[in-house]
Design a protein around this ligand. Structure first.
Ligand code: NAD
Ligand code: LMR
Length: 308
């Protein structure tokens, strides 16, 4: 199993590290445009192998796509992150060109690859890869919901004063400060709806804190987060590589599901060796449907800025 990660920055390196530590891939190629940077990150990570007990071979390359040939899975993290006060959507001007070039180079060298898009604004970047790469739709996956759901569970556990392993919940919709749809109605603590334990007001607070999860970290860190994003990407890569048939909310091209077409937006999917093996349609209530519709309008507005 060969995995390429483009962008050896904060998220790319974190993702490569988690993939290696989980020890399921034979090879991870880190590629960056900055001279020597990916080589340095790869060497540093390889020097943790004997300490962390993994056999995955990590190599770094400067913009040499021939070294990515035959990748089963490629992850795109190249591009700029936001600074405090910015939205993800403001990154489109720089990141769209980068993502388009990178995905075209990846597909040229690995025509059968599955691509996981991470660069922001992620739903629009996933849409761009759908429109320009020629890959089948099951092979293009946007990572956002897995991270947002992890943050949702963190906030739920905090509100419930419970261990995170006790809680379950999912965030669908767009990966943006206003577009996320945390499904509070379906969130549980050991199968019991969380509304049994906390007030509606507290649950609304959990929802709002979840939606601005990325912005909160960006304000604290001065740039956007990388540990949980890297872990979320590695979980998707593992689900595909190990054919786990696990369910994650991912940005997926819809064709009638959730009443939408021609849009990439977060919805639960089953991930396995073929990438997106199924889109799971949940029965949403009217408020959730309205929230999803509003979220989609926001994503479409950003998609309209693309020069396709
Ligand atoms: N979808 C998500 O949930 C999620 C989570 C976190 C970050 N992100 C996004 O991921 C992206 C990367 O974030 P980061 O914190 O790792 O940024 P970073 O600046 O640390 O790393 C980005 C790397 O991309 C490289 N790069 C730029 N152009 C390139 C090109 N054409 N080819 C190859 N490499 C190139 C840069 O040299 C840099 O090393 C940002 O757009 C950020 O918003 C998304
Ligand atoms: O918040 C960001 O800009 C980065 C990423 O999308 C995140 O949610 O951490």
């Amino acid at each position: 199993m060969k995995v390429t990660v483009v962008g050896a920055g904060a998220v790319g390196a974190s993702c490569a590290e988690y993939i290696a530590i989980k020890n399921f891939a034979s090879e991870v190629v880190l590629l960056d445009i900055k001279e020597g940077f990916a080589e340095g990150k790869a060497m540093d990570l390889m020097q943790t192998a004997s300490l962390n007990g993994f056999d995955t071979k990590i190599t770094g390359v400067t913009n040499d796509y021939s070294k990515t040939a035959g990748s089963d899975i490629c992850v795109i993290t190249s591009g700029i992150p936001r600074k405090p006060g910015m939205t993800r959507e403001e990154l489109i001007g720089i990141n769209a060109g980068i993502v388009k070039d990178v995905s075209s180079n990846l597909v040229k060298n690995s025509p059968k690859t599955i691509i996981i898009v991470v660069s922001n604004p992620m739903d629009t970047m996933a849409y761009l890869v759908h429109k320009t790469s020629g890959l089948d739709k099951n092979k293009i996956i946007g990572m956002g919901g897995a991270l947002d759901s992890a943050r949702f569970k963190y906030r739920l556990a905090e509100a419930l004063d419970a261990p995170i392993s006790d809680v379950d919940g999912m965030v669908i919709g767009g990966h943006s400060d206003t577009g996320m749809v945390p499904l509070t109605r379906l969130a549980t603590r050991n199968s019991v709806p969380v509304s049994k334990f906390i007030s509606e007001e507290r649950l609304n607070q959990v929802m709002e804190d979840t939606k601005v999860g990325g912005a909160t970290l960006t304000k604290l860190l001065g740039t956007s987060a990388w540990y949980a994003p890297g872990a979320a990407v590695s979980a998707l890569v593992q689900a595909i590589a190990c054919d786990q048939k696990k369910m994650f909310p991912c940005s997926v091209m819809l064709d009638g599901e959730y009443g939408m077409k021609d849009i990439c937006i977060g919805a639960p999917v089953i991930l396995g060796r073929n990438g997106i093996e199924k889109i799971v349609e949940l029965e949403l209530n009217d408020a959730e449907k309205a929230h999803m519709k509003e979220s989609a309008e926001g994503v479409r507005k950003t998609n309209d800025l693309l020069e396709l």
